[in-house]
Design a protein around this ligand. Structure first.
Ligand code: CP
Ligand code: NVA
Length: 312
């Protein structure tokens, strides 16, 4: 990432040093935030365009507030209002926006739309979630894990249980970069993306990370220090919600499953959470401190990403 290619689209594009740099930078920014001192000069006079083709609470608010705190401003651009929503090509949108803005954050469906936007932009592009990946969230989760479990991520064992979706894919890329042990448990029919499984395995060889897929949630959470889950029906899959409830029922993160994890296990969730589906109310509330710190940390981590990409 960073100055090398100017975009933040996938954790796969970063080297381990860049991941570490962003996590340390985010910690500086969080410390500054909690001592009441903003860092208003880093992006003074800069503008971020935020294109949303899907809903958002955390991503929208944390990017917008983050830009403000760095001295810049952010524009919320709903695809319902943009000509993009009426069929203007993404490559033309990229070329126009590059003349007004200093950076673009986009949340969309097909990952190829983000890649096309970046290829045709002369300003940094940040992936705010695609069907394939959610790198801002997973970088934030690594930051949160460091806070709760210490900086030595390669000593930790993590399990992701549920749908092999954008979060699962990004956890694979993230764990591979920091040398963590990660087991992903999904039904065979909903495994993580095949290319992500392949390429994250190659990344893992360089850092000593141990990545595994299993169909068995109990095997995945065995002795885990961290268990993460996510919705069973991602944005765009609303019509499949009822069918998915049946498919994923054995993958619910509940007290029974957590008996197999380490005693000090923490449970993470990127939110929004669907209690009674991927996570039970009691497990969610027992881990609320972690989960809402995770949500706050989006702000600090994304400020680090934006400042790194957009600073003069
Ligand atoms: N976790 C996350 O990305 O939340 P939003 O969909 O609210 O942005
Ligand atoms: N997998 C979820 C993540 C939401 C932040 C989705 O894509 O809807």
């Amino acid at each position: 990432m960073a100055k090398d290619n100017g975009d933040f689209i996938s954790l796969h594009d970063l080297n381990p040093g860049q991941v570490e740099y962003l996590l340390d930078f985010a910690l500086d920014l969080k410390t500054t935030y909690h001592t009441g001192k903003f860092t208003p000069d880093l992006l003074k006079g800069k503008t971020l365009g935020m294109i949303f083709e899907k809903s958002s609470t955390r991503t929208r608010v944390s990017f917008e507030v983050g830009m403000y705190q760095l001295g810049g401003s952010a524009l919320f651009l709903s695809s319902r209002d943009l000509q993009l929503g009426r069929g203007e090509p993404i490559k033309d949108t990229a070329r126009v926006l590059s003349r007004y803005l200093d950076g673009i954050m986009i949340r969309t469906f097909g990952h190829d739309r983000i890649v096309e936007l970046a290829q045709n932009s002369t300003i940094p592009v940040i992936n705010g979630l695609s069907d394939l990946l959610h790198p801002c969230q997973v970088l934030t989760d690594l930051f949160t894990i460091r806070e709760f479990k210490g900086k030595r991520l390669h000593n930790l064992k993590m399990a992701y249980v549920g749908d092999g979706n954008n979060m699962a894919n990004s956890y694979l890329y993230g764990a591979a970069k920091v040398g963590m042990t990660l087991t992903v448990a999904t039904p065979k029919s909903h495994k993580p993306n095949a290319k992500v499984l392949r390429t994250s395995a190659l990344d893992a060889r360089k850092t000593g990370a141990e990545l595994k897929w299993t169909e068995d949630p109990i095997e995945a959470v065995k002795d885990a220090d961290i268990v993460a889950t996510d919705t069973w029906a991602s944005m765009g899959q609303e019509d499949e919600h009822e069918a998915r409830k049946k498919i994923f029922a054995p993958y619910q993160v509940n007290a029974e499953l957590l008996k197999h994890a380490d005693k000090g296990v923490i449970v993470m969730h990127c939110l929004p959470a669907y209690r009674g589906e991927e996570i039970t109310e009691d497990v969610f509330e027992d881990n609320a401190e972690v989960i809402f710190e995770e949500a706050e940390n989006r702000l600090h981590v994304q400020k680090a990403i934006m400042a790194t990409l957009m600073m003069d």
